[in-house]
Each structure stands twice: as structure tokens, then as C-alpha cells.
Write a protein that binds this ligand. Structure first.
Ligand SMILES: [Zn+2]
Ligand SMILES: [Zn+2]
Ligand SMILES: [Zn+2]
Length: 267
């Protein structure tokens, strides 16, 4: 644990760029206590994360808050993007990836499951039209790549995809070393549990206390945390029902709420 001297960390670190549900918190037009809270941990951009290990930097999801998230985290170089699924709150910042490829002058690998690669290519076709370089670096230069079950090597790290169920759809979680990022899930298939053994840090969807058809509730997330047995668990994709300070005190041992800007170190 800890950031070490001069911010240098041994092992990998994961930064929560956003810990909020699809609306973000505060929600437009809502006057509830959490949406009006002065605690910065109650202000949640859409769910996303950045993982750093050695010289490698990975981005998990590219939602509509991507630009603001990159500025806040001083993020100007990434080696690859891993997309969990194609819901708007995880994808619709895709155009802002041009900020990175404008600087790097290189194609940026974007990994996603097969159906999601097809979806992105179809819905953001202006990015992928072959031979159309009229816009130069004014559009993101992306190299879409399919993840299946196999681990993906990127720089200093290996990224293991972890298939998840997200309502009737599918989402992809990812494991790097002893950390797993499992946002947007309502069920973990039995075949994915062997990929989640011996975790130090589990980051998992925990939307709110009461049930939801496509996300784990807190009680469900607690049960998954117990089953997986990670050293520490962080709940993310939080709604405006969750007041950080009051809720954090109520959680079981070794389970915490994520908040924007939180950095978690992992050996
Ligand atoms: Zn989401
Ligand atoms: Zn509210
Ligand atoms: Zn989703």
C-alpha cells in the first residue's frame, strides 16, 4: 500500500477516473442530498479506470467524460484501451481518443469482444472508413482488436479477459496481475471464477442497495466478494442513492466504495 517516494510505486496502480453510473452524479435536475453534497467523493463521472504498471498505461472504457477524466489524471499517453461493453456510458467518448493519437502519431489498439468490435466499427464508421485520411489526425486512429479467452500482452503487462453477464447482454471484465476490474455485471459465469483466484484487489459493480436487473446490488456484490475472497474489494458504478461518507462506514471489512481520483496500489 502507499504511493512511495515521489509517487513512484512498486507494482501496478489503478486510478478510478469515474465511479458513477450512466447518468453520472449529480444527475441533471436532481436536488437529492447526494446530488447536492459538498463531499467531492459524491461527485461521480461515468465509470472508467486507468492502470499503470512500469512503463505501461492502459485505459478501461471511453465514456462521455473521457476528456475531463484524462485532464484530471494528467493522462496524455496510453498504450491500449480495453472496452468492457458498448453501452453509451462506456463508449461515447471515443472521439476524444484523438487527443492521444494526435500526440503519439501511432494507431491506438482498442480491445473488445467480437460483437463489440463489430458494433463500434458500425456505429462510429467515420473513424474506420478505409483510405479516408482527409481528416488526418482530426479523428482518432484506432486499431480494433478482438479479445476472446486468451490473455493479451501489452508492454509490461498481461491482460486476462473475464467474461461477465450484464443483464441479458455480455460485458468483459479484465484481470491484470492480482487486480480485476469487473464493472457492469449482474452475474459471473461459473467458468470465470477460476480466472479470479488469488486476487489482492477486486473492483466490482455495486450499483446501490436495492436490486437492479443488469447490475449487482450491494448485497450481491458483497456475496461475490466473499466468494472470490480478494484481499480488498471496491464497489463502483455507483448511483446518487449512495452517500460516500455514511455508506463507507456501513460496509463489511475489506469492502470499500470507489470514488473519482482514488488510486489503488497492488503488489
Ligand atoms: Zn455502465
Ligand atoms: Zn440525486
Ligand atoms: Zn452497461
Amino acid at each position: 500500500m502507499g504511493g512511495g517516494i515521489f509517487g513512484f510505486t512498486m507494482g501496478l496502480s489503478f486510478t478510478f477516473l469515474g465511479s458513477g453510473t450512466s447518468y453520472g452524479v449529480p444527475m441533471i435536475g436532481c436536488g437529492c442530498p447526494v446530488c447536492r453534497s459538498a463531499d467531492r467523493r459524491d461527485r461521480r463521472l461515468r465509470a472508467a479506470g486507468c492502470l499503470r504498471d512500469g512503463t505501461t498505461t492502459l485505459l478501461f472504457d471511453i465514456g462521455p467524460d473521457l476528456r475531463e477524466q484524462a485532464l484530471r489524471a494528467n493522462l496524455d499517453r496510453i498504450d491500449a484501451v480495453f472496452l468492457t461493453h458498448t453501452h453509451a456510458d462506456h463508449l461515447h467518448g471515443i472521439d476524444d481518443l484523438r487527443g492521444f493519437t494526435r500526440l503519439s502519431r501511432e494507431m491506438l489498439p482498442v480491445y473488445a469482444q467480437k460483437d463489440d468490435v463489430d458494433f463500434v466499427r458500425q456505429h462510429f464508421n467515420y473513424i474506420f472508413e478505409d483510405g479516408d485520411f482527409r481528416l488526418g489526425w482530426g479523428i482518432p486512429r484506432l486499431d480494433l482488436r478482438v479479445v476472446d479467452g486468451a490473455a493479451v500482452p501489452v508492454g509490461d503487462v498481461s491482460v486476462q479477459p473475464v467474461p461477465l453477464c450484464h443483464g441479458r447482454g455480455a460485458a468483459m471484465g479484465y484481470r491484470i496481475g492480482r487486480l480485476a476490474y469487473l464493472t457492469d455485471c449482474s452475474l459471473i459465469p461459473e467458468t470465470s471464477y477460476p480466472l479470479l483466484q488469488d486476487l489482492e484487489v477486486l473492483i466490482i459493480d455495486g450499483l446501490r442497495w436495492h436490486a437492479h436487473p443488469t447490475h449487482f446490488s450491494f448485497e450481491q456484490a458483497f456475496a461475490e466478494a466473499r466468494k472470490i475472497g480478494a484481499g480488498r474489494t471496491y464497489l463502483t458504478h455507483l448511483t446518487h442513492d449512495i452517500a460516500y461518507a455514511a455508506t463507507e462506514r456501513q460496509l463489511p471489512d475489506h469492502i470499500h466504495l470507489a470514488y473519482d481520483g482514488l488510486v489503488v496500489d497492488c503488489s
